[in-house]
Ligand binder design. Structure first.
Ligand code: AMP
Length: 294
């Protein structure tokens, strides 16, 4: 056996084949391709919940083999953000992947992903500079760079992302088109709690009182979306929504905006699909959400 053949052998994880190097990932995907399989990729940062699970389920309908990636990407966290305390639970994540019939886990180390530090970067100016990009400088460069790497490493037929991170989905679609990556990007609707709160790994940070207030974010952008869909003025509706969130107890509202659903420029009017997007703080937890215009 040559060294490269040895490294291509899957490392048996508890319940799911797990690879931790790009060489091993490519060997597994290459074997699938030679066997005529199609490949779906589901990139995640772990702490899997029903939102992630919906992406795995969708991937299984779009391709015959599904690879889930688990990597808490340091380059998309700001210096004062929660990288060190971000929830990590690989064993729990694997149990969920197994239950959903995922075929492979790619869980690289930081040095596997950035062996020589991060020098080459993928920038998506414009789309990546507004809204989240304004409040989290560098965030979309970190996201676009790591997703470009994952897509090039795995070369799947389709990669599945959540509309929960709507701007991220648009940035990834644009990056994929601009770099001519031969991968279809599929967006999956947001999975919510019964009271409307979008599932998020960061919901674990909310106190009981904050958790009680949190669904107001979805409720408020939903009302704004309905009103603007019925012809109300978008700027007035944004101001109304911000005022409501303020009164509900959100500590700081970063933005609540009505935007063109594709370019994320201010919504030009009913000739274009629109989206209401918001980010607001409850204590030390930052929540984001979005809905289409009703
Ligand atoms: P993350 O682990 O937070 O990086 O998210 C990994 C993927 O799961 C991204 O494509 C997210 O948009 C998606 N995702 C996160 N939360 C949800 C949700 N509540 N519903 C649907 N997709 C989600």
């Amino acid at each position: 056996m040559t060294p490269s053949e040895r490294s291509a052998a899957p490392v048996p994880g508890p319940g799911i084949d797990t690879v931790r190097t790009v060489d091993d990932l490519r060997a597994r995907v290459g074997a699938w391709r030679r066997a005529g399989e199609t490949v779906g990729l589901v990139p995640t940062m772990g702490a899997l919940h029903e939102g992630h699970v919906s992406l795995i389920r969708r991937s299984r309908t779009l391709a015959t083999r599904t690879c889930v990636t688990l990597f808490v990407n340091p380059t998309q966290f700001g210096p004062n953000e929660d990288f060190d305390v971000y929830p990590r639970d690989e064993a729990g994540d694997i149990a969920k992947m197994v239950a959903e019939g995922a075929h492979l886990l790619f869980a690289p180390s930081r040095t596997e992903m950035y062996p020589d530090g991060e020098v080459t970067r993928v920038l998506v100016p414009g789309l990546g500079d507004v809204l989240e990009g304004e409040f989290r400088p560098g965030f979309f460069t970190g996201v676009a760079t790591v997703v470009a790497k994952l897509l090039i490493q795995a070369l799947p037929d389709v990669a599945v992302f959540g509309e929960k991170d709507y701007q991220q989905l648009q940035v990834i679609k644009r990056m994929t088109r601009d770099l001519s990556l031969p991968v279809r990007i599929h967006g999956e609707p947001t999975v919510r709690e019964p009271d409307g709160l979008a599932l998020s790994s960061r919901n674990a940070y909310l106190s009981a009182e904050e958790r009680r207030i949190a669904p107001a974010l979805h409720r408020t952008i939903g009302t704004v979306a309905t009103h603007v869909g019925e012809g109300a003025n978008p700027s007035q509706q944004s101001r109304w929504g911000i005022d409501i969130l303020d009164r509900c107890g959100f500590a700081k509202i970063d933005y609540l905006e009505v935007r063109d659903a594709e370019t994320l420029a201010p919504w030009p009017g009913p000739t274009r699909p629109g989206r209401v997007l918001a980010a607001a703080w409850l204590g030390r937890t930052r929540l984001i959400d979005n809905v289409p215009l009703g």
